[in-house]
Design a protein around this ligand. Structure first.
Ligand code: CA
Length: 235
């Protein structure tokens, strides 16, 4: 178990399934987090404004409504990290949640260890605040966003401007999934969000230049039907 984060971050858990709540609560408490539990949308709404948690874990299917409604309201006033729990394989739900401003999602059933890893990453990022990105590394690749330089195993790598922009979006996502729509809008602007095939072409280019085995990427990962994520540490 990792050293607890300090001061104890508080996590609001909006989930109607008592069994899932219980296992997530136990895991978070073992990490030194405080946990606030809300079994409904209405309760979650009250605790969000009243208890100012550091992070929200949000189930989408709640007895009194869609968790997405709460996320949409939250994003009007807070950039707080949000991890969404969705029913297995429902890609459309995940995409809607990410487009509405979720930072990450997990499909049920999920492993608690993986959930904790994602939560730790989100908390680290938000507690670090608005640092300059500086140097970022993954799999032998070093990206210096201040100097706009990319090196792989010490050798300079030439990326096209679009490849570089995509790479920075993925890196600045800090491991979170970015949807096709978010990536397309980030690189080409809001009028090109339907052109998913652009992404496939440029992601293939990035993998060819940056992955040890472009056919088996370990860092620039496809989230099928949803988007892409950059995983800094290969598992
Ligand atoms: Ca539910």
């Amino acid at each position: 178990m990792k050293t607890p984060l300090r001061p104890a971050p508080s996590v609001l858990l909006v989930e109607d399934d008592a069994g899932i709540r219980q296992s997530i609560r136990a895991a978070l408490m073992s990490e030194g987090c405080q946990v606030i539990e809300a079994p409904s949308l209405a309760r979650g709404r009250i605790d969000l404004s009243g208890r100012s948690p550091d992070l929200l874990v949000l189930d989408l299917g709640l007895p009194d409504g869609d968790g997405l409604a709460l996320l949409t309201e939250l994003r009007l006033w807070s950039p707080m990290p949000v991890l969404v729990l969705s029913a297995r394989g429902d890609e459309a739900d995940k995409v809607r949640a990410l487009d509405a401003g979720a930072d990450d999602y997990m499909s049920k059933p999920f492993g608690v260890a993986e959930l904790l890893a994602r939560i730790r990453a989100l908390l680290r990022r938000s507690l670090r605040g608005g640092d300059r990105p500086g140097l970022q590394t993954f799999g032998g690749v070093v990206v210096d966003q201040d100097l706009r330089q990319v090196r792989r195993n010490g050798e300079p790598v030439h990326l096209t401007p679009i490849e570089y922009k995509l790479l920075c979006l993925l890196l600045n996502g800090g491991g979170r999934v970015l949807t096709h729509r978010q990536l397309l809008a980030g690189v080409w602007g809001p009028n090109h969000v339907e052109h998913g095939h652009y992404l496939r072409v440029y992601m293939a280019g990035l993998r060819r230049k940056l992955e040890a085995d472009p056919a088996q990427p370990r860092h620039i990962l496809t989230e099928s039907g949803v988007g892409y994520r950059l995983r800094p540490q290969a598992e």
